[in-house]
Design a protein around this ligand. Structure first.
Ligand code: TRP
Length: 368
């Protein structure tokens, strides 16, 4: 297994990651503490898609004392977004609604330029604004949500990134990110850029404000560095909450990848494409023949259609259990399971694209 901010591959063992990265598992005690404030629990929390955290108890201590936090998340722009990319944003929207807090969203068009050989600055800058439409379409509140491209907010960011860069030495960058002598120096400096939104609102307010960062677990190395350095600059360490990856359509290894077309459902995939992809590629835990399936039943635990329903699309515990039991007993066929998922995804995407059309990005953008 390999999990770095730039590469995720292999069979991912999340318990092992918890140990290696030093994050804490989200337990029932923390869930009920969150629920005290939110009233209910998002399906991503109930089903453990968001599974780990750093300092959530500290964040809630502060919150209960009246010291409200803000949210910070981000996106490395790509040509077209897929379903997996929306997960942190869907969850972040829920947090914003429940806690009624501001949110900063960083679009790292600089980072993408540095790590992708073939992309120009013009490409990544354009992709940042295209992706921003999909991000805002998730339903963020204008006036409370601030989005910026690193390239277009570079003056503010650079002036503050310098504070971090001065404290980040080469051996730490090498150890934390697996950077080698062959990597370009831009990547090393960039780590400072991703730290800035974790304290910029504190600088602007002239007092320390707690920060919560929802993110995919692969981004944790950045925030390990951030948490190490911010106290040295007189700021709080940011709290964070980590998600697992949505498994690719084609199997349970790695994550959905934008560059492997059959492994992902894109937000632009129309109803026919979605149906075809799922029927053709969704890795199945069913038996090779209908007869065998009726006799032996399917295995929901390795079936990607079932896993996607569980992780995202079937919020009702009761309905999910029925699907699980029927599939396992052989009463439900793979084709029937897939149709349930196809319908859910298409409904979701049609709504998403409608919302995207209506987005007024200007209300959200920060620029120098
Ligand atoms: N580096 C992230 C990516 O490639 C983008 C990002 C910037 C981010 N700031 C963040 C992601 C904060 C999560 C939280 O996707």
């Amino acid at each position: 297994m390999k999990v770095t901010p730039w590469e995720v591959s292999g069979q991912i063992d999340y318990d092992k990651l918890i140990k290696e990265f030093g994050v804490e598992k989200i337990d029932d005690k923390l869930l009920s503490r969150i629920k005290k404030h939110t009233g209910d629990l998002h399906v991503f929390l109930r089903r453990k898609l968001f599974f780990a955290h750093r300092d959530m108890n500290w964040l809630l201590d502060e919150y209960e004392r009246g010291n409200k936090f803000y949210l910070y998340t981000g996106r490395g722009p790509s040509e077209g977004m897929h379903l997996g990319h929306l997960i942190p944003f869907m969850f972040t929207k829920w947090l914003q609604d429940k806690f009624d807090v501001p949110l900063y969203i960083q679009l790292t068009d600089d980072e993408k330029f540095l790590v992708k050989d073939k992309l120009t600055l013009k490409d990544t800058h354009r992709m940042a604004y295209e992706n921003a439409l999909d991000v805002v379409a998730v339903g963020f509140k204008p006036g409370k949500t601030f989005i910026f491209s690193d390239l277009d907010y570079s003056k503010t960011l650079y002036n503050n990134a310098l504070l971090v860069a001065k404290k980040l030495n080469l051996s730490t960058a090498k150890a934390v990110f697996g950077i080698t002598n062959e990597d370009n120096v831009g990547k090393i400096f960039f780590a400072s850029m991703q730290s800035v939104p974790a304290f910029l609102p504190s600088i602007e307010a002239g007092r320390n404000i707690p920060c919560l960062i929802p993110h995919g677990i692969d981004q944790d190395p950045y925030f390990r560095v951030t948490r190490d350095i911010l106290p040295k600059l007189g700021f709080y360490k940011p709290a964070s909450i980590q998600s697992q990856f949505l498994p690719p359509l084609t199997g349970v290894e790695g994550k959905m990848s934008a560059s492997q077309h059959e492994s992902a459902i894109y937000l632009t995939d129309d109803e026919k494409i979605v149906a075809n992809k799922i029927r053709k590629y969704a890795f199945s835990g069913g038996q090779p023949t209908i007869q065998e399936h009726r006799e032996k039943g399917g295995n929901p635990d390795i079936d990607v259609s079932f896993i996607w329903l569980k992780m995202i699309f079937e919020e009702s515990d009761e309905k999910l259990k029925k699907i699980h039991d029927d599939y396992k007993s052989g009463k439900m066929l793979t084709s029937e399971l897939k149709e349930i998922l196809i319908e859910k995804i298409n409904k979701f995407l049609i709504e998403h694209r409608k919302n995207r059309e209506k987005v007024k990005l200007d209300k959200f953008l920060l620029k120098d």
